[in-house]
Unconditional design. Structure first.
Lengths: 87, 188
């Protein structure tokens, strides 16, 4: 995706793929993709934002929630046999 | 307080290793949370939450180190205030040789650990070892892992700098004075 700035005779084009230029309402505030050799991981950060449930609110600091998911076929246990549905 | 939500569609197709996989993901979540608790300036955001979602696309060992490095960059990208850029590296010992950044087969073959350090202060926020390593050999492995973390810190730093400078350039094309000001700010 390209973004052009400036007048036609004096413009520059920049490629931007990020939440700032594509503000989907549920888009993460920060993303990163890191590969160490064949291990590839993406991280998405939402926040800081208001607590979703009052129970989780801490009066003087932020609450940190972490969720780790493994995509299917990632090479871990999730990639092994998918049961009877895959014959 | 780690809230781990699982996607049931993925797990419903598993017949074997269901609970061990779920437990491993919960453990990774808890480790990453406790690793970043002292790094993120949580005092700046009272009554707020920071949600980190880590997706493992491909794994060949070193999942925890990669997850931590990706989380650091994502937190920087989101603009969350941190005390330092946390980096992590895995290391193992094969007879007398210390190996860095192990693959899956290497992890199964030797005692290994994962260290996460804040490079500026040298403080360690995570030291994870799930295998047995003799205490006399530990220090050497640990020292070399901390050295390797400095190399990763450089890579993380340059990735973030490149990203920020391209954003700065894109935002200030028609304003040469603000571009220079922004460049000066960045060099500090």
């Amino acid at each position: 995706m390209n973004i052009s700035f400036g007048s036609p005779e004096n413009s520059s084009t920049h490629a931007l793929f990020d939440s700032a230029s594509n503000p989907h309402p549920n888009a993460p505030d920060g993303t990163a993709f890191v590969a160490h050799g064949l291990t590839e991981v993406t991280a998405k950060v939402f926040g800081p934002r208001e607590v979703q449930s009052r129970r989780d609110a801490i009066h003087d600091r932020a609450n940190i929630n972490v969720q780790v998911t493994m995509l299917p076929f990632s090479g871990g246990a999730a990639g092994r046999r998918h049961g009877r549905g895959d014959k | 307080m780690a809230r781990a939500e699982t996607r049931m569609t993925t797990f419903l197709t598993l017949e074997e290793h269901h609970f061990t996989l779920l437990r491993r993901l919960l453990e990774l979540s808890a480790l990453i949370k406790s690793t970043f608790e002292p790094v993120i300036q949580t005092g700046l955001y009272p009554r707020s939450q920071v949600d980190i979602v880590v997706e493992i696309h491909q794994q060949d060992g070193g999942v925890l180190q990669t997850a931590i490095n990706a989380t650091t960059i994502a937190l920087m990208d989101a603009g969350v205030a941190m005390y330092d850029q946390l980096v992590a590296v895995s290391a193992g010992l094969h007879s007398e040789a210390v190996l860095i950044d192990l693959t899956h087969y290497e992890e199964n073959d030797m005692p290994h650990l994962t260290v996460a350090i804040m490079p500026r202060s040298g403080k360690v926020t995570l030291l994870n070892m799930e295998s047995r390593l003799h205490v006399t050999r530990f220090e050497n492995v640990f020292k070399i892992a901390c050295e390797a973390a400095k190399v990763i810190r450089k890579e993380v730093g340059s990735a973030i700098t490149n990203r920020t400078s391209s954003l700065v350039e894109a935002m200030s094309v028609n304003e040469p004075s603000s571009q220079q000001r922004a460049r000066n700010d960045m060099e500090e």
